[in-house]
Design a binder for this molecule. Structure first.
Ligand SMILES: [Zn+2]
Length: 146
């Protein structure tokens, strides 16, 4: 018995958003053309809000379409979670890794070029580090790290 081929029915007519682009994606707005009530992630952050799991509802194009950003509904945004002590410790640990020279174990206030040089400038080529640019003198270890 021959298998009955599925009839190739055309897709049902869908609602058409005149603002949507032909790809059927989200509506795209130009710089300053986005409707009120929408904000980018960064703009939400300025209001101490976060998207909170909602999907972006539109796209905004900046610099002539070279840069794009998702737009979220401000009404559906949630307040950002306050920094907890545990989060602060985790963040400090991650930053310590990027700011501490593995050769002299100074911890600097800036991130070090560890991927390229693998150490601070002073260890790399002898450029003296400004005394105010690091918080831990060479060789000194944190008690917690021991
Ligand atoms: Zn160093």
């Amino acid at each position: 018995m021959a298998a009955v081929a599925e009839p190739a029915s055309p897709p049902a007519v869908r609602d058409i958003d005149i603002h949507a682009d032909p790809a059927g994606a989200l509506p795209v707005y130009r710089w300053r053309q986005a409707p009120k009530g929408l904000a980018t992630r960064r703009q939400l952050r300025e209001r101490r809000l976060r998207p909170g799991g909602q999907d972006p509802v539109a796209v905004i194009e900046c610099r002539g379409g070279k840069r794009k950003a998702w737009l979220y509904e401000i009404a559906k945004a949630k307040p950002i979670r306050p920094m907890t002590f545990a989060k602060e410790i985790a963040l400090d640990k991650a930053m310590a890794k990027r700011q501490t020279c593995p050769k002299c174990s100074r911890r600097y206030y800036h991130c070090l070029p560890l991927r390229t040089l693998g150490s601070c400038l002073e260890c790399h080529d002898g450029t003296p580090a400004a005394p105010g640019s690091y918080m831990r003198p060479p060789g000194e270890q944190l008690a917690a790290a021991a």
